[in-house]
Design a protein around this ligand. Structure first.
Ligand SMILES: NC(=O)c1ccc[n+]([C@@H]2O[C@H](COP(=O)([O-])OP(=O)(O)OC[C@H]3O[C@@H](n4cnc5c(N)ncnc54)[C@H](O)[C@@H]3O)[C@@H](O)[C@H]2O)c1
Ligand SMILES: O=C(O)[C@H](O)COP(=O)(O)O
Length: 528
């Protein structure tokens, strides 16, 4: 059955065609996202969800999304998606970080001109039959200082355009490197200095706990008298009530806002303030940007659902569509190693070390580590996948270490996993054979070679004669057929390990009989 995708927002119809061309079933219901109840009712039918900002993907929606594997945001901001809830349920959340950046930067520049020259008010007055030439005295922007709060994708495009307009640009962004600032031809400053120097301030950060009300009443009061403030990023970055008071008093000469604390903003404390220009969240609203983001999100969702490629995910490492098939056998091996060790671990895990040796060390090991963690945690937790496993491990204070090295021994490529608990450290290693199938090649430092089937028995015993015969009789008496039998030992007469594939589950009383055999130290049925 083809994967099924819901488009619940006003995406360009170009997305529908992409989904169809890629072999997916698609429902295009552009108003559905606004109806929470209806969305909750139908979400369980879909493998993919494509949205803009009108669909709120809350914890409640996610709880009903039993088939959902991917949420694709045709745009940048994902504050309308409960990412922790999606991650916990193993759903990838992706966006299109560049598709509407130019368009939004252009909107910020347009808003700056609009407010500097009071164009919307002058337009309304002129078309209203008045000719108020002296009322609309503006300010020039040439040689003025533009203060950017946030200098990522959009902020840096705004900076380039502003420099082209002969402005001086200063930026406050704790994550902006000095080198990047130099390349852009801007000056990196602290917020205080920006407030002191900027004639125009434009915001380009996401809304986070750190950026909420970054332009607070106090910050606005420290800004230059006569400053202009532009917000085309997110409502909530500026204290709206404080800005209203500053516009009324004339401390702020003008403001241009595309985004508001509550949207759709049918009412707002700012409305009616002197020299205020507003647009209804139009930052990304150009044909070009909408086409870009719709095509990108449809391609990304299709890649993931059809071939496992992961692009622009916010809660999972990227995997290109080309590398996905090459990675598949290693993901399988990584998950098997994790599952093997996870099923044998009975006390709290404090650390996990994954050694990637040879060819595999050059691969996308972030994704492989996510697969190892999935394997380790699946026996311990309800539902885990490569999306949720890394955050579940972090939540449990499990320290994860990756080691990469070139080929050292006989195997061209291999992965060794070591699990540390308060009681012990246990390691298991595996490789991929030429036919693409995973093999276990070492357990607890003992060499062996075993393929893992759905039902396995893991046995540790003393390497002395008599064990195998008695073991075979017990399984035979219980009607359990042995499919494969792999043995390893550290030295003759020392510690031995057996990995046995059996055709079906081994009854608990049979396991007890095996445990009671002389020479046997541990018997553990494993499932893969
Ligand atoms: N109005 C619209 O229609 C529209 C369209 C697209 C994007 N947006 C919004 O624009 C914003 C910026 O988008 P982007 O693509 O440039 O994002 P981005 O992630 O590329 O850049 C954000 C920048 O903010 C910086 N930042 C983070 N915390 C900060 C802090 N405490 N102080 C200062 N800087 C901080 C980051 O370091 C980063 O450089 C987002 O909120 C996005 O949702 C709005
Ligand atoms: O974050 C974004 O990409 C913008 O806010 C645009 O949102 P929209 O596509 O829902 O208009």
């Amino acid at each position: 059955m083809a994967p099924k995708v819901l488009i619940s927002d006003k995406l360009s119809p170009a997305a529908v065609q992409i989904f169809k061309d890629r072999g997916l079933d698609v429902d295009f219901l552009p108003d559905l996202g606004k109806d929470k109840e209806k969305l909750a009712e139908v979400i369980g039918q879909y493998d993919g969800l494509a949205i803009r900002s009108a669909t709120k993907v809350t914890e409640k929606i996610i709880a009903r999304a039993d088939r959902l594997k991917v949420i694709g945001r045709a745009g940048i901001g994902v504050d309308n998606v409960d990412i922790p809830a999606a991650t916990a349920k193993g759903i990838i959340v992706m966006n299109t970080p560049f598709g509407n950046a130019i368009t939004t930067a252009e909107h910020a520049i347009a808003m700056m001109f609009s407010v500097a020259r009071q164009i919307p008010a002058a337009d309304a007055s002129t078309q209203g039959g008045k000719w108020e030439k002296s009322k609309f005295m503006g300010v020039e922007i040439t040689a003025k200082t533009l203060g950017l709060i946030g200098c990522g994708n959009i902020g840096s495009i705004v900076a380039e355009r502003a420099i082209g307009l002969r402005m001086k640009v200063v930026a406050y962004d704790p994550f902006l490197s000095a080198e990047r600032a130099r390349d852009l031809g801007i000056e990196k400053v602290e917020l205080d200095e920006l407030l002191r120097r900027a004639d125009f301030i434009t915001l380009h950060t996401p809304l986070t706990d750190k950026t909420r009300n970054i332009l607070s009443e106090e910050a606005i009061s420290r800004a230059r008298k006569g400053v202009y403030i532009i917000n085309c990023a997110r409502g909530g970055l500026v204290d709206e009530a404080a800005l209203r008071a500053a516009l009324d008093s004339g401390h702020v000469a003008g403001a241009a806002f595309d985004v508001f604390v509550d949207e759709p903003a049918k009412e707002n404390v700012l409305f009616g303030a002197p020299n205020l220009v507003c647009t209804p969240h139009l930052g990304a609203a150009t044909q070009e940007a909408q086409e870009n983001v719709a095509l990108q999100v449809a391609e990304q969702i299709s890649d993931y659902l059809m071939s496992g490629g992961v692009t622009n995910a916010l809660n999972m490492p990227s995997i290109s569509s080309e590398e996905a098939p090459k990675l598949t056998p290693f993901v399988r091996l990584a998950e098997q190693l994790g599952s093997f060790a996870g099923q044998l671990t009975e006390t709290a895990i404090s650390g996990i070390r994954i050694e990637y040796e040879g060819h595999v060390a050059e691969m996308n090991t972030k994704a492989l580590t996510a697969a190892v963690l999935t394997g380790v945690l699946t026996p311990l937790l309800q539902s885990v996948n490569m999306v949720s496993a890394p955050s579940l491990a972090r939540e449990r204070d499990i320290h994860v270490e990756e080691v990469h090295r070139s080929q050292q021994g006989a195997y061209e490529t291999y992965i060794r996993l070591t699990i540390l608990t308060e009681r012990q450290s246990r390691s298991v290693a595996g490789t991929i054979f030429a036919d693409g199938t995973p093999r276990i090649i070492q357990v607890k430092g003992i060499d062996m070679e075993a393929a893992l089937g759905p039902h396995m028995l893991y046995i540790t015993n003393e390497d002395k004669p008599g064990f195998i015969g008695k073991f075979g009789s017990i399984l035979g008496d219980a009607g359990v057929n042995i499919a494969t039998f792999s043995l390893g030992r550290n030295e003759p007469g020392g510690d031995a390990i057996a990995l046995i594939e059996v055709d079906g589950e081994v009854p608990a009383e049979t396991v007890e009989q095996l445990v009671a055999l002389p020479l046997v130290k541990q018997v553990k049925p494993l499932k893969f």
